[in-house]
Ligand binder design. Structure first.
Ligand SMILES: Nc1ncnc2c1ncn2[C@@H]1O[C@H](COP(=O)(O)OP(=O)(O)OP(=O)(O)O)[C@@H](O)[C@H]1O
Length: 577
């Protein structure tokens, strides 16, 4: 809880102090109003009281009433600002923390992945709930406290016992909420399944298959199954939440009755106006209702603290295994690569994705990497890009060990088209130049690239239906990803299945253009149409390099590459034979 308050306070300290002050005032005004009611009733019975004193008391009573009405919109105003600033603070802190990470390891650790999903989902509303809850709790505490003070002036012991009557309910509510959180956590597997299936049934990329295979009912039944599990467990929990506070309620009521009894005893022996007696009862009822609020909000806060625990651990734990170095590579010189005995297995997996890989690439060389699915091609690329830490073998770039390089500087000199490239629903130009795109300036470089990849829209065209823009075909998105890579003046080009959705003509042309670049090129590909144009071909299987040589030398060898070539060009070879 302290942690949560600390983080929320750090998000906008000045406004929070202002909010606390306003809420404090808001909490005190009703007690002032009640107190003034008592004063007015009491003074009415004093014969020598002047009209002026009565008018002052009534004026204060009226002002306090006006205060009660005015405070609410003021609290809403400041509270609204605080919640928005605070929500932005948490979301941007999480985004910044993500940016601090160099690698992809976050997503391979099961616990971290779940934590990220949790934070992603909850960051949008948990700080907001917490602030509202804690403000209401604070206000209820101030209101109850100030009413208690009013009551103490009539009977200290009676007031104390009335206040104590809230304790059984506070304890019981907190216990119930803790149990609720545990159950919710146990439910989270079903909750994740529900969210996933719901997401799939609304996701455009699944829609064709859902229609074609008639998956709608199947998804519905999967959703219902998880929803039913959740319902069964949570319903039991809700029934328990309804029944289990009854003993605490009875006990609270008994303690309260004792307090009232003491009050009555005290009031019977003192000279008190009937009106003041009514006021005391009204104060007890109001205090009781605020004490109940404290019990509810206090219990709700225990649910929310899980978000802040998780946030704290995400923000402070050592989660990045890749260490940055300070080595800088010279500009405008194609990189060479030297990979020695490199082995790697993903977190949580015993089998090796890479197993003793050796590979030398000279500056400016064009190398194609081939291999069956799952043979380790993409993993090798990811390791070259420093997306994972490794501790078996080594990789050097232009003579400098990878782990000694400044990662940002190194990556700035590399252009890549990933197998899973980004489809940014920004403008066409932004998709190419990303952070360097200036909407006001039309860059001739971007226009030239759009022509180079034969892209049909101009650079200011907005993309993405949800932003009122156009939708692209898969191949058009891929052309944009290629243009994005070509925009960088890189010393190493890495392409992982970059042409899978291109039409043959565009593929042929872009392949040739890329191969004519004065830079080192490494291309993972399954398409062998242009393979002859590469200086060298590397074939991988089971995480190992099994063949490495020129096109002609590998054909002569009659190994895996020979089989691949024949499998792809069987009919052409047969015709020409
Ligand atoms: N993030 C990951 N976590 C765990 N295992 C992974 C991960 N990514 C890949 N693997 C495993 O590593 C092995 C190599 O995968 P990789 O993606 O490098 O193959 P690939 O040769 O690029 O395959 P493809 O031709 O299908 O793209 C596979 O067994 C795969 O299951």
């Amino acid at each position: 809880m302290i942690l949560a308050i600390r983080y929320v306070f750090a998000s906008c300290p000045i406004r929070i102090v202002a909010l606390v002050a306003i809420v404090l005032l808001q909490g005190l005004i009703p007690a002032l109003n009640v107190f003034m009611t008592g004063q007015i009733i009491n003074t009415l019975h004093i014969p020598q009281i002047s009209d002026n004193a009565l008018i002052v008391s009534i004026a204060i009573w009226c002002i306090s009433l006006l205060g009660i009405q005015l405070m609410e919109p003021l609290v809403n105003l400041v509270q609204g600002d605080v919640t928005e600033i605070s929500t932005r603070y948490f979301s941007t802190s999480i985004m910044r923390r993500m940016n601090e990470s160099f690698s992809l390891s976050l997503f391979d650790n099961k616990d971290r992945y779940e934590q990220l999903e949790f934070l992603k989902k909850e960051a949008a509303y948990r700080p907001l709930n917490f602030i509202i809850c804690i403000i209401y709790l604070f206000r209820a505490a101030v209101m109850a406290g100030s009413l208690l003070l009013v009551l103490i002036s009539y009977s200290g012991v009676g007031a104390a016992i009335c206040a104590l009557s809230a304790i059984p309910m506070i304890v019981t509510n907190i216990r119930i909420q803790q149990k609720y959180v545990e159950d919710l956590f146990r439910n989270s597997k079903d909750a994740i399944a529900m969210r996933y299936v719901y997401g799939v049934s609304m996701d455009k990329s699944f829609l064709q298959e859902i229609r074609l295979y008639g998956l709608g009912e199947y998804l519905l039944s999967k959703y219902n199954e998880s929803a039913q599990n959740t319902y069964n467990r949570m319903h039991k929990q809700r029934v328990r939440a309804m029944v289990s506070p009854i003993p605490a309620m009875v006990m609270s009521l008994l303690i309260l009755s004792l307090g009232i009894f003491l009050f009555l005893g005290h009031l019977r022996t003192s000279e008190m106006a009937v009106g003041a007696l009514v006021m005391v009862f009204q104060s007890i009822v109001m205090m009781k209702s605020h004490l109940d609020e404290i019990a509810n909000y206090g219990a709700n806060l225990t649910i929310m603290s899980r978000f802040f625990d998780s946030y704290h651990s995400f923000m402070t734990d050592e989660i990045e295994p890749v260490k940055n170095g300070d080595g800088v590579l010279p500009d405008n010189q194609p990189f060479s690569l030297s990979i020695n005995n490199l082995s790697f297995n993903y977190e949580g997996r015993d089998d090796k994705a890479l197993d003793g890989v050796n590979l030398e690439v000279s500056p400016g060389e064009k190398v194609a990497i081939l291999g069956d699915n799952g043979s380790g091609k993409t993993t090798l690329i990811k390791l070259m890009l420093r997306m994972y830490a490794f501790n078996e073998g080594n990789v050097s770039v232009s003579g400098i060990p990878l782990q000694n390089l400044d990662i940002d500087d190194y990556r700035n000199q590399i252009a890549t088209v990933f197998q899973e490239y980004g489809k940014y629903e920004f403008s066409v130009g932004e998709n190419i130049a990303l952070s360097k795109f200036e909407p006001e300036a039309t860059s001739s470089d971007i226009d030239a690239l759009l022509r180079q990849v034969s892209f049909p829209y101009e650079q200011h065209k907005r993309l993405g239906k949800q932003f009122g823009g156009d939708e692209l075909s898969v191949g058009q998105w891929q052309r944009l990803a290629i243009a994005r890579a070509l925009f960088r003046k890189a010393n190493l080009f890495i392409f992982d299945e970059f042409s899978s959705s291109l039409d043959p003509e565009t593929e042929q042309r872009l392949f040739n253009e890329i191969l004519s670049l004065n830079t080192t090129v490494i291309a993972v590909t399954h398409r062998l149409g242009n393979i002859k144009e590469f200086d060298r071909i590397v074939v991988m299987a089971d995480g190992k390099v099994i063949e490495n040589g020129s096109f002609d030398s590998l054909l002569v060898r009659r190994g895996k590459f020979f089989d691949m070539w024949h499998a792809q060009f069987k009919s052409v070879i047969a015709e020409s034979a």
